[in-house]
Design a protein around this ligand. Structure first.
Ligand SMILES: Nc1ncnc2c1ncn2[C@@H]1O[C@H](COP(=O)(O)OP(=O)(O)OP(=O)(O)O)[C@@H](O)[C@H]1O
Ligand SMILES: [Mg+2]
Length: 410
């Protein structure tokens, strides 16, 4: 962040009659205290992150009040036009604010403050020798003015100017106040730039993550296609089936990355949307089995928990296709995703079930002692994600359930 400018000695026109440092009157002291209060309030407003345009209006309003002046304006430097636009202000009408410009050359007080960084006090504009009085001020009958630079993002943003029609003089305390107000605005500008950069970096990162997930999904899809080709070319039935199952497992992981690049975040995904995709693949030719899927939408689950669930479902559906209907051509699996029960923790626990109405498990079947890779994968993933794995013998058929907390216990 750029260091706000200290107030250099102001450029003041010679005024032989003026006492350089008269003792402050009671009302002058009261005004200085008021100025301090207003600066403090402006600082708080800027820190709260008020929208920048509102902060410009607020600064102009409070500055005019603190300096007991009728006019105040924030001038924004337009480098291509080399002019200063009245961006916000008080005392000026709608024909001026957002429309009128003043010259930004060294002959104008505002231009001088902009180019030299020095505050300018002009207490007798009608007698001013150093600067040309801008038409805007002359038309409004302004007699005295002060200008300070408004630091922006690297380059100056413009100038903060206060004008008065009344007699009297702006002094060094007034210009110090004005520079203080301009510094607060400058810091708000810097802060906005940081926030913009941060938002842009986050957006870039999110785009990058999407891109990465898209590529991972495509690469995995390529591996799936190759395994499927290899399965198609295999002569032995067992090899063909094994290659087909391997392709399904990889496709299941690919679908997670597809969900992730559709999302705005990568930490979680919608479990039912993901398992819906996986079941569509499994039913769409991978297993020669119809897969009926029904899942509660809106269950956001950590990605690294969703993938093991989906891999377990893939194994269980593959088993239904392989074993539940040895004779029948019409094979069917039901996959469900639901919140667990109606208890107090129902919102935090979920149940995934894979069921069939087929032949049922072989006598003496025991998950823990099953030699097949499928059951070992399911049991290992269940323990990894803290899920209770259960088998229910139905008549007819079988149902496997995984019940787990949505978030892992700490
Ligand atoms: N839905 C089901 N209906 C009937 N039997 C089943 C069902 N699911 C599993 N089984 C039985 O459980 C056994 C173990 O399954 P598991 O998935 O562990 O091994 P696999 O399918 O034989 O081999 P792999 O998974 O390594 O290809 C199967 O051999 C089968 O007998
Ligand atoms: Mg199996």
């Amino acid at each position: 962040m750029t260091v706000p400018p200290k107030t250099p000695r102001p450029v003041v026109e010679a005024s032989p009659a003026a006492d350089p440092d008269p003792p402050p009157t009671r009302s002058a002291l009261a005004q200085r205290i008021r100025q301090q209060e207003i600066l403090a309030a402006l600082g708080v407003t800027a820190l709260r992150g008020m929208p920048f345009d509102d902060l410009l209006d607020e600064t102009a309003r409070r500055t005019a009040e603190a300096l007991e002046a009728e006019f105040c304006k924030v001038l924004e430097y337009l480098p291509t036009e080399k002019r200063l636009l009245v961006r916000a202000g008080v005392g000026w009408g709608p024909d001026v604010i957002g429309k009128a410009t003043v010259g930004a050359d060294l002959e104008s007080p505002a231009g001088y403050a902009l180019h030299t960084g020095k505050p300018v006090i002009s207490n007798h504009l009608q007698d001013e020798q150093r600067f040309r009085t801008p038409d805007l001020l002359a038309r409004a009958g302004v007699r005295r003015a002060m200008n300070v630079i408004l630091q922006g993002e690297g380059a100056p943003f413009g100038v903060l100017e206060v004008d008065s029609r009344s007699d009297g003089e702006f002094g060094e305390h007034d210009i110090a106040f004005l520079q203080g107000a301009a510094n607060i605005l400058g810091m708000a500008l810097e802060r906005q730039r940081f926030e913009r950069n941060l938002t842009a970096a986050l957006e870039r990162q999110s785009l990058l993550m999407k891109e990465v997930n898209h590529r991972i999904k495509n690469s995995l899809q390529l591996a799936v296609s190759m395994l499927q080709l290899q399965a198609g070319a295999a002569k032995e039935k067992g090899v063909k089936a094994q290659l087909g199952v391997a392709a399904s497992r990889i496709l299941t992981i690919a679908r997670a990355h597809q969900q992730l690049y559709k999302n705005d975040h990568v930490e979680t995904l919608d479990l039912s949307a993901y398992l819906g995709d996986v079941c569509r693949d499994l039913g769409g030719g991978a297993t020669a089995c119809t897969v009926d899927f029904d899942g509660v939408p809106g269950i956001a689950i950590a990605t690294d928990r969703a993938i093991p669930i989906a891999l377990a479902v893939t194994e269980l559906v593959t088993n239904v296709a392989k074993y539940a209907y040895p004779e029948a051509a019409d094979k069917r699996a039901w996959v469900r995703v639901a919140r667990a029960g109606d208890g107090a923790d129902a919102a935090d626990r979920i149940v995934i079930s894979v069921a069939d109405d087929g032949a049922g498990l072989p006598r003496g079947f025991d998950i823990a002692r099953s030699k097949g890779l499928g059951m070992r994968i399911v049991a290992a993933f269940a323990s990894q994600i803290g899920a209770a794995l259960a088998v229910h013998r139905r008549s007819p058929g079988t149902e496997f359930t995984l019940e787990l907390p949505l978030n892992p216990p700490r």
